[in-house]
Ligand binder design. Sequence first.
Ligand code: FAD
Ligand code: HEM
Length: 395
Amino acid sequence: MLTSSQRAIITATVPFLEAGGEALTTHFYRTMLAEYSEVRPLFNQAHQASGAQPRALANGVLMYARNIDRLEALGPLAGQIVNKHVALQIQPEHYPIVGSCLLRAIREVLGAEIATDAVIDAWGAAYQQLADILIAAERDAYDVLAQSPGGWRGERNFIVERKVPESAEITSFYLTPQDGKPVVDFKPGQYIGMRLDVSGEEIRRNYSLSAAADGRGYRISVKREANGVASTYLHDAVHEGDTIALFPPAGAFTLGDSIKPLVLISGGVGITPTLAMAQAALAGAPRPVVFIHYARNAHAHAFSNVVRDWAAAFPHFQAFFVYEHADVTLARQPDAVGRPAVAHLEQWLPADRDVDAYFLGPKPFMRAMKIALQEMGVPDAQAQYEFFGPAEALD
Ligand SMILES: Cc1cc2nc3c(=O)[nH]c(=O)nc-3n(C[C@H](O)[C@H](O)[C@H](O)COP(=O)(O)OP(=O)(O)OC[C@H]3O[C@@H](n4cnc5c(N)ncnc54)[C@H](O)[C@@H]3O)c2cc1C
Ligand code: HEM
């Protein structure tokens, strides 16, 4: 428990975090990843290079400092962190490493004049308080996952039963556990964690589950990224019959219980969680579903047949596809051509804007969708999104 003077010190450091939080977390990661090889494989180096992870942590620390007197306000952010940590198997023994590197970064970046002993003591206590909250929530999540039917703790080996190309750049992997036993259910929208050894180096990645739960196995669908370590390895070096280590599913971007019309909007490989959501919605009580997908072109357009089949089979399921450029040679033309636009949504969404919308894609796409949904009057709380990487601000 923090003393009132420690809380006052944390509040007083908010302006420094607002101004220099990202410099602090960048310095923190640089030191920690250079000096602690045991935590390096947990982190995606591309998220360090782009600055997305230092920004996400700086935002987390700032939110914590701003809300030090009312921690309940951190609920959704803490939930998102816990889910990400669980999917990557962060353990209690990792926390002291992060804590000591964070305090060292505060001292080194803010300097001795600002980072006095009292400031370091207050931040040490504040870090421990937050670490205790996260460790407890993560322990609960690990226990629930281990004790649920088909659940497990840590790694479990899965066989690549089938590998199916879905477009020029996206391939699905059908994964069943090597032990032949059932697998734990997941909520549509959740993702798994994966551990790979690539050229002798351990890496971890998350992949959304792209088909509804069936208790037998999981499907993920991976886009080949130019020079991407994991995706290139999965596409080129992992074959049917090979084994991959998975961590159990997690994630807070999930289809809620609702009977409102459902709007699923995706760009590129962002389609993956929306497929599991659409499938779950079609299996439940009938509700209108509008499925909108943006692809660069017909070659990059994955899952077009399965989505078209749903539209043909279910009168309450409507699908619309948009390609970036026109191509008169295509046998099946898209419903529109061009960049994501509010005009598309105006045309295709139900007249009553009391819908549940979920969207996912590249950041500029998500920004456009967020603004479009707001302009159309969809309440913010009913327009949910997730990043295929550290969470970032869309405004
Ligand atoms: C919750 C969640 C769900 C996800 N679901 C899916 C999914 O369903 N399907 C899917 O395909 N992906 C999904 N992802 C993304 C996935 O986890 C990987 O990030 C993605 O596959 C890229 O990983 P990679 O190892 O291939 O690429 P990385 O090696 O991580 O590289 C990514 C890009 O960054 C560039 N890069 C790497 N390092 C540097 C550097 N030092 N400097 C400059 N550029 C660099 C690379 O060239 C590449 O273009 C999801 C991510 C999250 C967080
Ligand atoms: C109080 C302590 C911590 C806080 C406040 C914190 C905060 C965060 C935040 C905000 C994110 C981004 C979440 C998202 O947007 O998806 C994140 C991701 C992550 N955290 Fe933590 N974290 C803490 C402790 C730890 C520890 C102890 C480890 C293990 C060494 C760890 C490893 C990770 C990893 C691997 C990711 C994903 C990074 C990536 O995508 O490359 N965190 N954390």
